[in-house]
Ligand binder design. Structure first.
Ligand code: PLP
Ligand code: COI
Length: 340
C-alpha cells in the first residue's frame, strides 16, 4: 500500500479530509447496516437535536503503522464501552459494541494510505461520533441519530511536541459532581472553550480543573487525565467526574506490570502538588505530554523535571506505551487489534 505523499513530521493536531468516513443511521428504533462514504459533509434538519440541545457524544482512538508494517489500533473495545455509557447518559441509543469495533477497523482499512509510517511521529486519529439528527423543539431526546467515524492524520496535540506544558488551575468549573464529566459529550468541550481561550491568552497551554464541589482537589485538564510521579509511585486521580481515560487505565497497568511501580488511584489535594517529581497529561491525543509547571492562582509550582524535557519516569512510561502501540514491545493480551 502506497502511503500518501505528505510531510508527516510537520502535521499538527488538525483536521485533514481522508478517503472514507463511516455512516450509520438510527431510525424507527434501529440502526441501519451502515456503510463507508466519500461524502465528508452532513445534511440534517435545521432543528436537529444536536443543533438545538447539543445531543452529541464522541470517541477518539488512533491507528498506527508498526515497525513490521502492520496497521493496528489500540483497545477499541474500551472506546466502544465508553461510547455506550456516554450515549445512555444523553438518552441516545447505544451503537452496539461489536459493530463499533468492526466499523472502526473497516474505516481504518479504507484509509490505509493515510496511516502515517512507523517512526514519522504522526498517527491516524479516528473519531467516532453520534448525534441527534431529527428535529426537536421541546427539550427532549431526538428520535433519529447518526453515527459516523471520520479519520484524520495528526501530529502532536500540543505544539512543540514533547516540550513540557504550562498548566493553570482554572477559575472555571469543568464538571458538576453529578453531571457529565465522566462521559465524552460535546457539551463538556463547548463549555471549556472560553476557559481554554482565556488560558492561552495568559500564556498557558491548558487548564487543570479542580473538583467543582470543593475546588481543593485535582481533577483533569480539558482533554486529558493527569498522572504524577513520586519516587517509584505512579499517582493518578480517582474521581467520579473525570473521563475514564483509556490511556490512563493502560498506563496504570504498564506502570505496575512492565515498570514495577506502585500505582495509586486516589484523591489528590491541590496542596500535594509541590510534592511531585514529574507529571504528565495522558490521553489519545496527548499520548503523554510532560507537565513543566502548574500555576495555582498566581503561585507557580515548577515540577523538578523542568521545562526542557520529560522526566525519566514519564519518559519510560511514554516509551513503553508507544512501544506497545507500535509493536516493538509485546502487548498485554487483547490490547492490539490488527486491521486486516
Ligand atoms: N479526559 C478528557 C476530558 C478527554 O477529552 C480525553 C480524551 O479522550 C481524555 C481524558 C483521555 O482519554 P483517552 O485516553 O481515552 O483518550
Ligand atoms: C482524545 O484524546 O481523543 C480527545 O478526544 C481529546 C480532545 C481534546 C482532542
Amino acid at each position: 500500500m502506497e502511503k500518501q505523499n505528505i510531510d508527516w513530521g510537520s502535521l499538527n493536531f488538525e483536521y485533514h479530509e481522508t478517503d472514507k468516513s463511516y455512516v450509520s443511521n438510527f431510525k424507527n428504533g434501529s440502526w441501519d447496516d451502515g456503510e463507508l462514504t466519500s461524502d465528508h459533509t452532513v445534511t440534517i434538519s435545521e432543528c436537529a437535536g444536536v443543533l438545538q440541545y447539543s445531543q452529541s457524544v464522541f470517541e477518539g482512538l488512533k491507528a498506527y503503522t508498526t515497525k513490521d508494517s502492520r496497521i493496528v489500533t489500540f483497545r477499541p473495545d474500551l472506546n466502544a464501552d465508553r461510547m455506550i455509557d456516554s450515549a445512555k447518559r444523553l438518552e441516545m441509543p447505544a451503537f452496539p459494541k461489536e459493530r463499533f469495533i468492526d466499523a472502526v477497523l473497516e474505516t481504518i482499512k479504507a484509509n490505509e494510505s493515510w496511516v502515517p509510517p512507523y517512526g514519522s511521529g504522526a498517527t491516524l486519529y479516528v473519531r467516532p461520533y453520534m448525534f441527534g439528527s431529527s428535529a426537536v423543539i421541546g427539550v427532549k431526546p431526538a428520535d433519529e441519530y447518526q453515527f459516523r467515524i471520520l479519520t484524520t492524520p495528526v501530529g502532536p496535540y500540543f505544539k512543540g511536541g514533547a516540550k513540557p506544558v504550562k498548566l493553570k488551575i482554572s477559575n472555571f468549573d469543568r464538571a458538576a459532581p453529578r453531571g457529565t464529566g465522566h462521559i465524552k459529550a460535546g457539551l463538556n468541550y463547548a463549555m471549556s472553550l472560553h476557559a481554554i481561550v482565556s488560558a492561552h491568552a495568559e500564556g498557558f497551554n491548558e487548564n487543570l480543573y479542580p473538583d467543582s464541589a470543593t475546588r481543593t482537589k485535582v481533577e483533569e485538564t480539558g482533554g486529558a487525565n493527569i498522572i504524577f510521579i513520586k519516587g517509584n509511585t505512579f499517582v493518578t486521580v480517582k474521581s467520579p467526574s473525570i473521563l475514564p481515560s483509556v490511556t490512563r487505565r493502560s498506563l496504570e497497568y504498564v506502570a505496575e506490570h512492565y515498570l514495577g511501580m506502585t500505582v495509586e488511584e486516589r484523591e489528590i489535594p491541590l496542596t500535594e502538588l509541590p510534592e511531585f517529581e514529574e507529571a504528565g497529561l495522558c490521553g489519545t491525543a496527548a499520548v503523554i505530554s510532560p507537565v513543566g509547571s502548574i500555576n495555582n492562582h498566581g503561585r507557580e509550582i515548577l515540577l523538578p523535571s523542568g521545562m526542557d524535557q520529560m522526566g525519566p519516569k514519564i519518559q519510560k512510561l511514554y516509551d513503553t506505551l508507544t512501544g506497545i502501540q507500535m509493536g516493538t514491545i509485546e502487548a498485554p493480551e487483547g490490547w492490539i487489534y490488527e486491521v486486516k
